[in-house]
Design a protein around this ligand. Structure first.
Ligand code: BDR
Ligand code: CA
Length: 313
């Protein structure tokens, strides 16, 4: 089993990333850490607790992290994820609690304690991960790799060239891509290959459990937002794709490339400059997702929804 820590900002697609990371038999989910992104930190942390409660995920610590980017004002994505960050289904009061330890301290403890290195899977702004690397350089040896959802080899979704997770905290992203650790970038060019069209929502609902209904309701809200904002026939299922890459490398094919983060740029702040053709002569510092086995990807997600439903009974 691969030991992973999921650092997220739930978020509709983060919610399914949590389910996939918790339910897939090849992963050992050590912790869920939260960061301000799609909504404020308090809302994202509450949402992580809601998802774990609905899915019966107990025994995985949830720890709250940064409530704002390293150096910039906070910005949220209420136009996509709603005022709660997880609009759509009705959630009751969560029974899963939150750790007393801050996210970065919890991660440090896990990374130093484990005999085997741990894979970090960030699916929100990279504030927590950058803070961890900066504050506790001794954890580096405990990190197997960082497989993140963020960036793009082409156009963005938050500005013409910037993807949301990188746009929110480009300085944090610069630290992560410049860390010298093994970094994999699963960006929009990959995630936009996997749209949650109505047939995918129907597959999830057909699982026939309470948690499947919640997931289908989440995807229905998320689809309406993407249709309204971007005119897409289905929303890209971004975040679980980083988890899927850790589960099975053949689902998300990658190529090595130099990736630089634009931290200035009048129109391009937060863009990832990915030199796929190696025209700059810069050294490679990341693997970049380019090919997605979409059918297998959605199979993994539906299998995970099915599995958490079974453990509920
Ligand atoms: C990313 O931004 C967030 O809105 C999603 O949860 C995903 O992590 C996509 O740009
Ligand atoms: Ca996210």
């Amino acid at each position: 089993m691969v030991a992973v820590i999921l650092d997220c900002d739930p978020g509709h697609d983060d919610a399914l990333a949590i389910l996939l990371a918790a339910a897939d038999p090849s992963l050992d989910l050590l912790a869920i850490t939260t960061v301000a992104g799609n909504q404020t930190l308090d809302k994202c942390t509450l949402n992580a607790r809601r998802v774990c409660t609905v899915a019966g995920i107990t025994g995985v610590p949830i720890a709250a992290g940064a409530d704002r980017p390293l150096r910039r004002p906070r910005r949220v994505a209420a136009h996509i994820h709603g005022e709660s960050g997880l609009d759509g289904p009705a959630f009751g009061e969560p029974t899963v609690g939150v750790s007393d330890e801050p996210a970065v301290e919890l991660m440090r403890g896990l990374l130093l304690d484990r005999p085997e290195p741990v894979t970090l899977v960030p699916t929100g702004p990279l504030t927590n991960i950058a803070t961890l690397l900066d504050r506790y350089p001794e954890v580096r040896e405990g990190i197997a790799e960082i497989v993140l959802m963020g960036g793009s080899t082409g156009r963005g979704n938050t500005s013409p060239y910037a993807e949301f997770n990188i746009a929110v905290d480009p300085e944090a992203a610069e630290i992560v891509f410049g860390s010298g650790l093994d970094v994999t970038m699963v960006g929009l060019n990959a995630t936009h290959q996997a749209l949650v069209t109505p047939d995918v929502v129907a597959r999830i609902r057909a699982v026939g459990t309470d948690v499947a209904d919640v997931c289908a309701d989440l995807m229905t809200f998320y689809a309406a937002a993407y249709e309204r904002v971007y005119g897409l026939p289905g929303p890209p299922l971004h975040d679980p794709m980083a988890v899927a890459r850790v589960i099975d490398r053949s689902v998300v094919g990658c190529v090595p490339a130099p990736v630089r983060v634009e931290t200035a740029g009048t129109y391009t702040s937060g863009a990832t400059a990915v030199d796929l053709h190696h025209v700059t002569g810069e050294p490679d510092n990341a693997l970049v997702a380019v090919d997605v086995d979409v059918r297998r990807y959605f199979d993994l997600v539906v299998e995970a929804v099915t599995r958490v439903g079974l453990t509920q009974r």
